[in-house]
Every structure is written in structure tokens, then in C-alpha cells.
Design a protein around this ligand. Structure first.
Ligand code: OSB
Ligand code: MG
Length: 374
């Protein structure tokens, strides 16, 4: 497989509902799309970096810079026997996993389309529907939170995740448990706490949460080991697991009992498969995270989440929770049982609406193999 042409789109879409985490509130989403061409086919990828460096140090601007200046020359025009070779080809560039994942995932889509197979089949997926959960942001009031939970429960989502931060934690969980009883419920702190909060976080124990996601800092492993000994709620790591190796170390140190996989965070599908397999070998369940992707990035996520150790519902929800209209047609929808179908066509298996992409685009660039030099 050879990529002859790369097109980049810096896009912005308004969110259907604002999304608030411990980092702050967003009303729209800025992201980068890549479209690659080779062997008469196209592949699409989406970088999950946001406009700000609060979830990760990467931003849309750093992705643009690193891809155009450093990664495109390593990938364009080069012969790859398999997309698993794309991430290693970018090794000399340190970090910038979201930028690497943008190209790597587009290469997987291209590869699957050349093979005429669904992406899930070439990734090693084993199911044709995935379990879907929702991530509910911090609201203006507990009444609004309860209203949102009721709405998503009615829509069929299999588990509810609520974002927490100091001042919006115990009471929020207490209210949801009081209203909805024994539903599958978890919380995500996005690194809003420190070890000094261990006793406070232990107050979540009686609520029997499925897990607490990323309570401590984005680059921490060892404080999570200490915290996990002090609380009964299983810790799930998100931000901290930015490489397969850190995943290995976190499992060995018992920093977490569950891992959330986001391909953008670890450098793409191949690294995600390796993390998935490592977790399976250590009996650590994984689930697929979300980054408010457009339908293009979410389609990739659905295919990856069809692998067998994705044993818990993911943060992969219907298009209408995020963007109306989405960039793909038909949009992603969930069934009454709270599952989403894995698209059956070649590659990511969704139709990208080029006119909608163009309407959302604020900057566009085309790079060809002959233009970039290694
Ligand atoms: O921590 O999982 C997170 C969105 C942006 C950044 C970080 C996170 C999230 C979500 C959204 O929780 C999940 C979704 O896409 O529905
Ligand atoms: Mg998270």
C-alpha cells in the first residue's frame, strides 16, 4: 500500500449540547480530518486533538504542524506491506500520538478498502454490534443532571458516566443513585484530584460505581497505585495510558483495574490492538473511550470496539448526541438494546458527506508524495 496524496481539513462543528468537564465548558469542537489516496481508493482519519491543550498537550495546531512538517514526509509515497508498519515509520518523532494516529488510522481505512473488507475484519474484530454508553458532562444543576440521565436511559444507553470535579462529585452520584437505583454507573474526573483527596474519594465507595476514571494527574501512575489501595471503587485509567509500555507498567504496578482505550491517545489502531491484547493477557477489561468525534472518527472507534476484550460499554454514542447533521450519512444510531451496529461495508463503511466537510472546514491543504521530501 502506498499513500500518494494527503488532504488535511481543519474543521469546526457546533455541539448539539455544551460539554463540560473538569477542564471547562465547550460549545463547539475543533478537529482535523485527513483524507488519503492510494491505489485508486481513499481513506479517512480524524485527529482527536482539541483546540486547547487541556486533555492532552496536543492541539489542532500542533497536529497540523507535526503532520505537515514531520509526519507526512515519513509516510507519503512510501511502500507499506501493512498499516501496522505506519506507526513504527513515524518513531523518530517523539510523542504527538494524536497526529500519528490521524495518518495511521487513515492508512488502515485505505488498506481495508483496498482489501474490500470492513475495517473491523482487518483489525481482528469479533462482533457485529458494540455496547454503547454515554458520557454526561457537568451541568448547571443537579436537577438538570437528573433530567439528562433520564433522557439517556430512555434512549437505551447501557451505562451512564458522569463527569466529576471537586464540588460536583459525591452529591451528584448520590442524586443519580437515589433517582435511578442500581443502574450501571461510573464517574470520570479527568485528573481533577490529588492524593490528598483519597479520603474524600473513598466516600464514593458505598455507591458501588463500576469505576472511577482518571482521578489523578495525566502523567501519574504511582499515586494511582496508592489511591487504589485506599478506595474500593475500581480505578480506570484514561489520560495516563499514552503508550502501550505505560499500560504495561500501570498493570504491573496495580495502578488500575480497567483501561479505557482511545486510539488517538496511543498513536492509532495498531497501538490500540497491542494495548487491548496486553490487557486481555492480564485479565484487565477495556472499553472504548470517546473524544466527541465526528462520525468519521466515531466510525473508526466502532470498528476497533468490535475486538473481544472490549468487555464494557464504550463512550460511543449516536450522532444526534453530538452533531446535527453529522459528517456521515446515514448517521450513527443506537438500537433499543443500547448497541450500535458495526458498519458492514469496506473500510470504515460510512459515507463521508464531502459538502458538509467543506462547510465545516476553516483551513485546507493538499500534500502529494512528490512535494514532500524526506
Ligand atoms: O475523558 O473521556 C474523556 C471528551 C473529551 C475529552 C475527554 C473525554 C471526553 C468524553 C466524551 O468523555 C465521550 C464522548 O465522546 O462521548
Ligand atoms: Mg476520560
Amino acid at each position: 500500500m502506498r499513500i500518494d496524496r494527503l488532504e488535511l481539513f481543519l474543521c469546526r462543528l457546533p455541539l448539539v449540547h455544551f460539554f463540560e468537564t473538569s477542564f471547562g465548558r465547550s460549545y463547539d469542537r475543533e478537529f482535523i480530518l485527513a483524507r488519503v489516496e492510494g491505489e485508486g481508493h481513499e481513506g479517512w482519519g480524524e485527529a482527536v486533538a482539541e483546540g486547547h491543550p487541556y486533555y492532552s498537550g496536543e492541539t489542532t495546531e500542533t497536529v497540523w504542524h507535526i503532520v505537515t512538517r514531520f509526519l507526512a514526509p515519513l509516510v507519503l509515497g512510501r511502500e507499506f506491506a501493512h498499516p501496522r508498519e505506519v506507526f513504527p515509520a513515524m518513531k523518530r518523532v517523539r510523542t504527538h500520538n494524536m497526529a500519528k494516529a490521524l495518518l495511521e488510522m487513515a492508512a488502515w481505512d485505505l488498506h481495508a478498502k483496498i482489501q474490500g473488507q470492513p475495517l473491523s475484519a482487518v483489525l481482528g474484530g469479533t462482533r457485529d454490534r458494540i455496547a454503547s454508553g454515554v458520557s454526561i458532562g457537568i451541568q448547571d444543576s443537579l436537577d438538570q443532571l437528573v433530567e439528562k440521565v433520564a433522557k439517556e436511559r430512555a434512549a437505551g444507553y447501557q451505562r451512564i458516566k458522569i463527569k466529576i470535579k471537586p464540588g460536583w462529585d459525591i452529591e451528584a452520584v448520590e442524586r443519580v443513585r437515589a433517582m435511578f437505583g442500581d443502574i450501571p454507573l461510573m464517574v470520570d474526573a479527568n485528573a481533577a484530584y490529588t492524593l490528598d483527596d483519597a479520603a474524600h474519594l473513598a466516600r464514593l465507595d458505598p455507591y458501588d460505581l463500576m469505576m472511577i476514571e482518571q482521578p489523578l494527574d495525566y502523567d501519574d501512575v504511582m499515586d494511582h497505585v496508592t489511591l487504589q489501595k485506599a478506595i474500593a471503587t475500581p480505578i480506570c485509567l484514561d489520560e495516563s495510558i499514552h503508550t502501550v509500555r505505560i499500560g504495561r507498567d500501570a498493570i504491573a504496578a496495580k495502578a488500575c483495574r480497567i483501561i479505557n482505550i482511545k486510539p488517538g491517545r496511543v498513536g492509532g489502531h495498531q497501538q490500540s490492538i497491542e494495548l487491548h491484547d496486553l490487557c486481555a493477557a492480564n485479565d484487565i477489561p477495556v472499553w472504548h473511550g470517546g473524544m466527541l468525534e465526528s462520525g468519521i472518527g466515531r466510525a473508526h472507534n466502532i470498528h476497533l470496539a468490535s475486538l473481544p476484550n472490549f468487555r464494557l460499554p464504550g463512550d460511543i454514542a449516536a450522532s444526534k448526541r453530538y452533531y446535527v447533521p453529522d459528517l456521515i450519512e446515514p448517521g450513527i444510531d443506537i438500537g433499543p438494546d443500547g448497541t450500535i451496529a458495526v458498519p458492514g461495508g469496506p473500510g470504515i463503511g460510512v459515507n463521508v458527506m464531502r459538502d458538509r466537510v467543506e462547510k465545516a472546514t476553516e483551513r485546507h491543504l493538499v500534500l502529494t508524495a512528490s512535494e514532500v521530501s524526506r
